[in-house]
Design a protein around this ligand. Sequence first.
Ligand code: AMP
Ligand code: MG
Length: 425
Amino acid sequence: MPNKPNPASRLPSLMEDYDPNAMSVAKAKLFIQSHLSPLTACEQVPIKDSLGRVLAQAVLSPAQVPNYDNSAMDGYAFNSLDIAAEGQIELSLIGTAYAGKAFDQPVQRGQCVRIMTGAMMPNGTDSVVVQEKVRLDGDSVSFSKPASSKMNVRYAGEDLSLGQTVLATGHLMQAADLGLLASLGIAQITVYRKLKVAFFSTGDELADIGQPLKIGQVYDSNRYTLHGMLSRLGVDIIDLGAIADDPDLLEKTLLAASQQADVVITSGGVSVGEADHMKMLLSKHGQVLFWKINMKPGRPLAYGKIGDAHYFGLPGNPVAVMVTFYQFVRVALLTLMGQTPVPPLPTFNVVCTEPIKKQSGRCEFQRGILSMNQNGWWEVKPTGNQGSAILSSMSKANCFIVLDEQTGNLDAGATVAVQVLHGLI
Ligand code: AMP
Ligand code: MG
């Protein structure tokens, strides 16, 4: 049985001004979010393979880190009680402690041990004076009274205590986490299974790269930007190719995609042209929540469900594909992957050095180039032609200039919000 569109039953609190044809960006995000149930299936992976995966089980520290008090510097370990007196401190040197090779005799008052960074603090010592601050004369080590008595020691458990939550469920694994887990001796972790994302392009005009272009054709670039953006997120990618604007073919592909993937993404065919069949297919087979967003680029954007699969019908224009992916699809995929919480893309305000043309009444995501001026302040300028088909603007850009619905034309020198693309693209 196909699901009938019925947003009212699922989203009572969002219903007041529900309009599937003119959703605001903020409301559309809420709508999508309210329909996402994260993955539950999980698997064990070696930590080396866990980058970009989401923890399905919290990691508790099986030990304290560091495991023992050790020196933070190359220097001389001694008992801090020896510096109670004013003036010069003079100690006698009785041995050396290396990282991995402890000095295992007790150290008496008045004695010290040469110690390397990371070496275990010898018994009877609690402080290290750095080697640059001492005078060495045979076995005699002398230095002036330091500002603090216990210094240059990394104490056991000061990084992590035993049983402490090191990484919470829902954490997206990053490079530092791999090292952190290795520092605890943890070799394997439990992560959610990979999200499966199927996608295809739609359009009679699309040609595959490697083929000569016939008159009226364009190369299918959307599948490649989508491939790149999805690869960054570490999902399992199912590329179903470019499909002509043929309702039967599109229907078959859409159903096949929804059966093998958690998420189906298409590009093109969601506006109101005669060859735009996706809307009809979605209302036949799925539940559609909205069709149009009050934004540019990306006005025709569909979100719905086909069976258990989430469906994103992205516009055909190449820039619109990228903008809608970063504004809507990315956060949805991370949520489905189990990340909690998914932090919003960082946005900050900078001065725009050039005037901006902008129609008020809709949200715009213009492409911008952020750079540092001679005074050391970051500023932004638009990339030039802001057409939705100008893919080179995305390639040049290192940020989106985010202009809200109320904003109209802006003069040079206006302050604008930017979202940095670094790390995303
Ligand atoms: P549509 O949304 O299908 O009306 O397409 C809007 C515009 O985007 C048209 O100019 C299409 O030729 C172009 N377009 C659609 N799909 C792609 C694609 N996969 N690669 C490059 N351009 C595309
Ligand atoms: Mg089309």
